[in-house]
Design a protein around this ligand. Structure first.
Ligand SMILES: [Zn+2]
Length: 235
């Protein structure tokens, strides 16, 4: 771990080139690492995430930036914090309340956003604390368009979506962080939107209907879900 961190210490004012996103047109507004002023991370320090089959929704449980500049500042803060314990930005994509999608870890590389469940799992995080903050229309739109793009890029996601009702959350396509870890993340107000967001992303009528379970803090007596997990965290 020390060696990995030492690599980060070489951080120069270089960034992963935006050309890692070869697509001419993305269906969402991407803010590249260069644009938000990411610290350099050696591309060789990332590990492959394996076949991408799912994504996990998070919130930062931190600030709710008021504009693009504040969101860029927040990104630099997130990266600086994560680099003390994990990989780069931990998440692959981070969405601001304005609906901008910030580029984190390359989406085919291993993140550090879901303990023991990072392989094949894209981490998508909303800036803010959605126990109290309100998910904006813009951020929801960005999330839907981002995931539609990812499911076209990685067919395994649509396959997993057919198992969205699976009793094991790790086998589903659309995972809420609190389903696999003792945390309030991604916040009750985002949790309440899961069914609606799922329906907007996966409109394929062949998909099995979503078996929606109530994972709100109220429904679980204010305790985080997964009583067999001892740790507890806001994110
Ligand atoms: Zn989380």
């Amino acid at each position: 771990m020390k060696a990995v961190r030492a690599l980060f210490m070489y951080a120069a004012l270089l960034t992963i080139p935006a050309s890692s996103f070869a697509e001419d047109k993305l269906p969402f507004n991407l803010v590249t690492r260069e644009q938000w002023g990411a610290q350099w991370v050696n591309p060789n320090s990332y590990t492959s995430a394996g076949t991408i089959v799912k994504f996990t929704l998070h919130h930062t449980a931190m600030a709710y930036p008021a504009n693009l500049e504040a969101a860029k500042t927040e990104m630099r803060k997130i990266q600086k914090e994560v680099m003390t314990w994990g990989t780069d930005t931990a998440y692959h994509y981070i969405i601001s309340p304005q609906g901008d999608v910030f580029q984190g870890i390359p989406d085919d590389k291993l993140g550090t956003h879901a303990l023991n469940d990072n392989y094949g799992n894209i981490g998508i995080c909303f800036m803010g604390n959605y126990m109290n903050d309100t998910p904006t229309r813009e951020s929801q739109e960005a999330f839907v368009n981002l995931v539609k793009y990812l499911k076209d890029k990685y067919p395994g996601i649509a396959q997993s979506a057919k198992r969205q009702g699976d009793p094991d959350p790790k086998r589903r396509a659309f995972i809420l962080h609190r389903e696999t870890y003792a945390t309030l993340c991604p916040g009750d107000k985002l949790v309440a939107l899961q069914g609606e967001l799922f329906a907007r992303i996966f409109s394929d009528p062949k998909s099995e209907p979503l078996v929606y379970r109530d994972y709100t803090a109220a429904a679980t007596g204010g305790e985080a879900y997964m009583p067999d997990v001892q740790l507890s965290s806001p994110w």
